[in-house]
Write a protein that binds this ligand. Structure first.
Ligand SMILES: *Cc1c(COP(=O)(O)O)cnc(C)c1O
Length: 223
């Protein structure tokens, strides 16, 4: 067993049944992804369209590719045919474009709305109020090529575990509120994407259903 395979095995053992692993492979080679694949991992997260395209072309077709980074509207068309989940939808305009491309590919692309909970100002995402306003507008219901399947967030990049816990809990409460108000009879709204290498144990305690883990599996990224 390789180091990558050992790390995946250890993480999987820590996950409760409702929580799934997205192995974040950005900046890591196709060979490293193949190692993880050979250990049974099927969901991989990438943040850059060009890099994802290259990997998608050479790696096994049953990989579920998740786009986890900031996605530019003009690049949606390249990944629309095959992307399994787009995690970080941060504007109504991006969701409209995803729907447009989804229709062209004859599919409804699952998407998560990115909720801004971190205290840092540089992070992308809807504020809770912006998100509620958008959902209240109802315009998303006309988007036939995209589906809102849940909420994604990133906690502040700090050591304070209590603060991280508060932010994940805020996201969890927000998810429940949105579920009750807008998706009560919609079973596909069920995904809570939070937790990375340094904070995923906290994310699990606050209801995460997808943890996105890179460094812990593949080691440091070389930019
Ligand atoms: C890179 C990245 C991750 C993985 O981060 P690690 O600290 O390497 O686990 C998770 N989520 C997003 C959105 C990322 O961009």
């Amino acid at each position: 067993m390789t180091k990558i395979q050992q790390e995946i095995g250890k993480i999987i053992q820590e996950l409760p049944p409702q929580t799934h692993l997205v192995a974040v492979s950005k900046f890591h080679s196709a060979e490293s992804i193949q190692e993880a694949y050979d250990a049974g991992q099927r969901i991989f997260g990438e943040s850059y369209v060009k890099e994802l395209q290259q990997k998608h072309d050479v790696l096994p077709p049953d990989i579920e590719w998740h786009f986890i980074g900031h996605l530019q509207t003009n690049k949606v068309k390249y990944i629309a045919p095959y992307i399994s989940l787009i995690h970080a939808v941060d504007t109504p305009k991006l969701l409209s474009e995803i729907s447009k491309q989804g229709i062209k590919c004859n599919r409804k692309i699952p998407c998560l709305l990115e909720l801004h909970v971190a205290k840092e100002e540089t992070k992308y995402g809807f504020s809770p109020q912006e998100c509620i306003d958008y959902l209240t507008s109802g315009t998303w219901k006309d988007l036939k090529g995209a589906e809102i399947s849940g909420i994604m967030c990133m906690a502040s990049n700090v050591d304070d575990k209590e603060q991280i816990a508060r932010e994940f809990e805020e996201a969890y409460q927000f998810f429940q509120c949105v579920k009750d108000r807008f998706f009560q009879n919609n079973n596909s709204f069920c995904i809570r994407s939070w937790g990375m290498s340094d904070d995923y144990p906290i994310a699990i305690e606050h209801g995460s259903t997808f943890v996105r883990i890179g460094t812990r599996i593949f080691g440091q990224r070389k930019y």
